[in-house]
Design a protein around this ligand. Structure first.
Ligand SMILES: Cc1cc2nc3c(=O)[nH]c(=O)nc-3n(C[C@H](O)[C@H](O)[C@H](O)COP(=O)(O)O)c2cc1C
Length: 238
């Protein structure tokens, strides 16, 4: 996240002044430029493809938690992400405390990623408000979908979240009546509309009831899931 700000600043010193020009005039340049700096902390894709280790997708975690200071599960999940060199995390409540989203920075981050994970606590069977705002402002026609909207095509989209409800509360016989897959249908269709590959969400159930050991094993499971899905996303992205 910091990198994006720094490099866009650098771009401006090269006589591009994003603010004084039509916003979109330089978007392709930004995307091309960004693809050079983004893999700073990971091997170049060519290098990883020629090595013995299976290649991993460039992962982007778009993280949304409006009350991280009181959270217990989300920090544990983030700790599982931090050793993974091919994942960048954008904490949108931290980046945009007044909810003013930098659309271009978000689009650049998405454009240079193969595997996009939306990580959040489940709120009212859906996402926290800023993540919906992010979707509304960033995934726009002509960019994400519709005529000329091809930037997200071939990428993989997933949701990863914690839920207070137990696993068996989600289903036709449970309190919450619907399965997690059913509740995530809007995201699944969003992926389809944008030509993305959708994968089933990663869920930590019973978020309020986990002791330290259970939280540790759940976050380890998250780290492994990210690694496995990242390798799969790479084969799709080519
Ligand atoms: C406003 C709000 C709405 C919530 N809605 C749901 C819900 O629809 N289903 C559910 O299982 N848990 C729900 N929860 C519980 C949260 O998902 C749970 O507290 C969170 O996943 C715990 O993660 P954390 O420790 O990272 O905050 C809700 C909590 C809040 C504060």
């Amino acid at each position: 996240m910091l990198l994006i700000g720094m490099e866009i600043e650098t771009l401006e010193t090269h006589s591009f002044h994003l603010c004084s020009c039509p916003y979109w005039a330089f978007a392709p340049a930004v995307v091309i430029y960004a693809s050079k700096w983004y893999p700073r902390n990971m091997p170049e894709r060519v290098a990883s493809e020629s090595s013995i280790a299976p290649p991993k997708a460039r992962g982007l975690i778009v993280f949304a938690h409006p009350a991280l200071e009181r959270a217990r599960v989300a920090p544990a999940m983030l700790r599982a992400v931090s050793p993974l060199p091919n994942f960048a995390v954008r904490d949108i409540y931290d980046l945009y405390p007044d909810m003013t989203i930098d659309v271009l920075a978000e689009q650049v981050a998405l454009a240079v990623s193969d595997f996009v994970v939306l990580q959040f606590p489940l709120y009212w069977y859906s996402v926290p408000a800023l993540l919906k705002e992010w979707l509304d402002l960033v995934w726009i026609p002509g960019w994400a979908y519709g005529k000329g909207g091809t930037v997200l095509m071939g990428k993989t989209l997933a949701c990863a979240f914690s839920a207070g409800g137990a696993g068996n509360a989600y289903g036709p016989r449970g309190t919450n009546r619907f399965t997690i897959a059913e509740l995530m249908r809007p995201w699944e269709q969003t992926a389809a509309l944008c030509g993305m590959r959708w994968i089933s969400p990663f869920v930590i159930h019973g978020a309020g009831d986990l002791d330290d050991a259970a939280l540790g094993s759940e976050s380890t499971r998250y780290g492994k899931w990210l690694q496995v899905q990242s390798a799969k996303a790479m084969t799709v992205a080519g």
